[in-house]
Design a protein around this ligand. Sequence first.
Ligand code: GSH
Length: 219
Amino acid sequence: MTLKLYAHPFSSYCQKVLVALYENGTPFEWRALSPDNRQLAEEFAALWPIKRFPLLIDEGRTVIESTVIIEYLGLHYPGPVPLVPEDRRAAIEVRTMDRFFDNYLSTPQQKIVFDALRPEAERDARGVADARAMLDTAYGWLDRTMADRTWAAGEHFSLADCAAAPSLFYADWTHRIDAAFPHVIAYRKRLLARPSFARAVDEARPYRPFFPLGAPDRD
Ligand SMILES: N[C@@H](CCC(=O)N[C@@H](CS)C(=O)NCC(=O)O)C(=O)O
């Protein structure tokens, strides 16, 4: 086994990479980060002092950032489901949508969740209001974009859908997707039905009580 993934099953960016691994049946060793395993936490911090996960190690090579990890897997461990098209023009749309989900859904979603973890006196009401407004704007843009698409960049499941799955999953828990955005709601359902993401969601079920805003009784 050459690939080692430092990750947590409940983390959205880790799920993004897990979807890519499960899509292609790529074998890897779980290095499951947990507050109870200090030794592993120290090992992880030594490899990547920024301490953001997931992190992939391939025979001593450190690969950071979920998008780059998925690109790396496609290059060195290709499988039946190519997640980044070889055609560079098609790849631009995939990368555009990948950036959209990370920057304009996951980033504001995490802002709201991390704020809820802070003591009351240290909370950032303005920042949270801005994050909620960003999510509404992003849902609106995505609804128009998904009106005639099955997957984020068209008809093929891609890197962008790996990003979309956990980001829309948790965004809806954090700031409910309004019924005015039916294409976003339908796309989120398609993602939840995709076996790779359904598996990641199932593996993370035991951690739902830790969702700081309270995990809803659905999905
Ligand atoms: N840009 C990074 C983001 C990774 C990230 O923010 N991961 C979260 C978990 S979902 C994390 O490490 N959180 C720990 C912390 O903020 O201390 C990526 O795409 O991998």
